[in-house]
Design a protein around this ligand. Structure first.
Ligand code: SF4
Ligand code: SF4
Length: 277
């Protein structure tokens, strides 16, 4: 019927308008007032929101609560227990970044040899497109997406080119911002550490058993066995000596044979000389 679509559209608009008043009256927790100081964890929506209407948020007095998976600009994670960067300056994030807005300089020791940590790390936030590829590909969980979106400044350079110091946050900050992701990563990390520990222990046990098996025959020999081994060794030495004497006889026989040959040669020479005369 002519006008059905129009009426349907108006009905949907009206529903959204009414839902907005309903949400407002129920104080749906999708926003918070900036005057209320919330820690990062409480700025995250932890339950699915029962929100149907289109809330107007009076920014900046009010701000939207963010879902955990909200992402803006990357941040670098600092391991507060080990007191070091998780980043090893491997450069994978810089390679996979589609708009190429990451620059890394690897650190070096006093002899100029490269060290697996960044000396400098820059991200151009004006170019970053919040794709999160860098965090997906980082093999060390060293770079994660920050929720902080209030980055407005007057000039792009240098304010929007963040250096290592500006990008670095403690691991606890990341854990508060991404609680379920952090918990899942922690579980995997702990499982891998337990597996590596079990492997090391099994290796050490196998090495100890091998060493014990190698020592075992010497430990088990009785005094009688040792005496028998001694006698065997003495008999072998005697046989070697008698073999040496036989060798001496051989030498005598050889000498006699040579003397005989020499004598025969002298006789032949004498005969030839007589025939020649
Ligand atoms: S953040 Fe990750 S991927 Fe990027 S250089 Fe550091 S360790 Fe490598
Ligand atoms: S979020 Fe995307 S664009 Fe931004 S630094 Fe990471 S890879 Fe590059």
């Amino acid at each position: 019927m002519y006008g059905t679509g129009l009426l349907k559209g108006l009905g949907i608009t009206l529903k959204h308008a009414l839902d907005t008043f309903r949400d407002d009256s129920k104080d749906v927790p999708s926003r918070y007032a900036d005057s209320i100081q919330l820690d990062n964890r409480r700025r995250i929506i932890e339950q699915p929101i029962d929100q149907e209407g289109l809330l107007t948020i009076q920014y900046p007095e009010e701000k939207r609560l963010l879902p955990e998976r909200f992402r803006y600009i990357p941040m670098l994670i600092w391991d507060t227990q080990k007191n070091e960067d998780l980043c090893t300056a491997c450069g994978i994030c810089a390679k996979v970044c589609p708009p190429q807005c990451i620059w890394i300089v690897r650190d070096a020791d006093e002899n100029g040899r490269p060290v697996a940590r960044p000396a400098e790390f820059y991200i151009d936030a004006a170019v970053c497109m919040s794709c999160s590829f860098c965090t997906e590909f980082c093999p060390f969980d060293a770079i994660k997406m920050n929720h902080d979106y209030e980055l407005a400044v007057y000039d792009r350079y240098p304010q929007l080119v963040y250096d290592k110091e500006e990008l670095t946050v403690p691991v606890e900050y990341y854990a508060a911002l991404w609680p379920s992701q952090y918990a899942a990563e922690e579980e995997v990390r702990q499982r891998k550490e337990a597996e590596a520990r079990a492997k090391e222990e099994a290796k050490a046990k196998a090495a100890a058993e091998k060493a014990k098996a190698a020592d075992a025959p010497a430990q088990k020999r009785s005094p009688e066995e040792l005496q028998a081994l001694k006698e065997q060794a003495a008999a072998k030495a005697k046989a070697a000596r008698s073999g040496g004497a036989a060798g001496g006889e051989d030498a005598e026989a050889k000498k006699a044979r040579l003397e005989e040959l020499k004598r025969k040669a002298q006789e032949r020479a004498k005969q030839r000389k007589e025939q020649g005369e």
